[in-house]
Design a protein around this ligand. Structure first.
Ligand SMILES: Nc1ncnc2c1ncn2[C@@H]1O[C@H](COP(=O)(O)OP(=O)(O)OP(=O)(O)O)[C@@H](O)[C@H]1O
Ligand SMILES: [Mg+2]
Length: 238
């Protein structure tokens, strides 16, 4: 049996006194790519923020390789191998591509060079633009940079919020292929939030469907692709 990288039980959280996550239970096994999809405002980004430690949980538990994360600051979680490429990308637009990547490597100071080479091998176009400002990159290149920066910390679990948002289909295909080759070459698990349900199910082994802060469906991605309720609601198949 593979080890659980992430195990979340009955997680609740929200903003102010408004509860958004109403008891989320999910897990990611080592080496798995797990997708989360669901309607706007269903709590997907909120969930990733709580796992990353950017938002406090109210109740329930989050375990990473068996360790409860509750009291750990975001930096401590990064040190343990959790990385988040945020929605909106949060790059330093006035800094160069390479400076942004180096910012991502603070937990692995002695291996900056190796990790730069590694990220550039996945995203050669970033190497060609290493001295350019992040703000001058195309949307697709910025997404590569955001993922590349997350990879610089050598994560065991890579979380990506809105992989395809605002990107052309060809760019999205390219990113999806690269993610799959990263997973093949490294033992890295991924948790991907993705609006585009067909894409989410193509790149993942399993998926969870969120609605109004709850998990309303889950299963193997291959099965979900065939399931009528999913096809009608999320794949616009009549
Ligand atoms: N900083 C915040 N303060 C208050 N409410 C928030 C905040 N961020 C999100 N919310 C609310 O929490 C709910 C869940 O938002 P969240 O961003 O987690 O959803 P999502 O599933 O990621 O949606 P989307 O598909 O649009 O990205 C929404 O009702 C949203 O308005
Ligand atoms: Mg979101």
């Amino acid at each position: 049996m593979a080890e659980k990288v992430l195990e979340v039980k009955e997680l609740t959280a929200g903003y102010g006194d408004v509860e958004i996550l109403k008891g989320i239970t999910l897990h990611v096994y080592e080496g798995e790519v797990v997708a989360i999809f669901g309607s706007n405002g269903s709590g997907k980004s909120t969930f990733l923020k709580v796992v990353a430690g950017l938002l406090k949980e109210w109740g329930g538990s989050v375990r990473f390789f068996g360790e409860t994360l509750t009291h750990l600051a975001p930096q401590e979680r990064v040190k343990r191998g959790l990385a988040l490429a945020s929605e909106g990308r949060r790059l330093f637009l006035g800094m160069s591509v390479e400076e942004n990547l180096i910012m991502g490597s603070w937990t692995k100071r002695s291996r900056v060079k190796e990790n730069l080479d590694r990220v550039y091998s996945y995203f050669p176009e970033l190497k060609g633009k290493r001295k350019d400002l992040a703000g001058d990159l195309s949307g697709g290149q910025q997404q590569m940079l955001s993922i590349g920066r997350a990879l610089m910390s050598e994560p065991k679990l890579l979380m990506i919020d809105e992989l395809s948002l605002g990107l052309a289909p060809a760019v999205v295909d390219r990113l999806a292929e690269t993610l799959l080759s990263i997973r093949e070459r490294e033992k890295i698990s991924m948790l991907i939030v993705e609006q585009e349900v067909s894409l989410a199910l193509e790149v993942s082994n399993r998926a969870y469907v969120f609605d109004l802060g709850e998990v309303v469906d889950e299963g193997y991605s291959e099965e979900l692709l065939e399931r009528d309720s999913i096809r009608r609601t999320y794949l616009s198949v009549l």
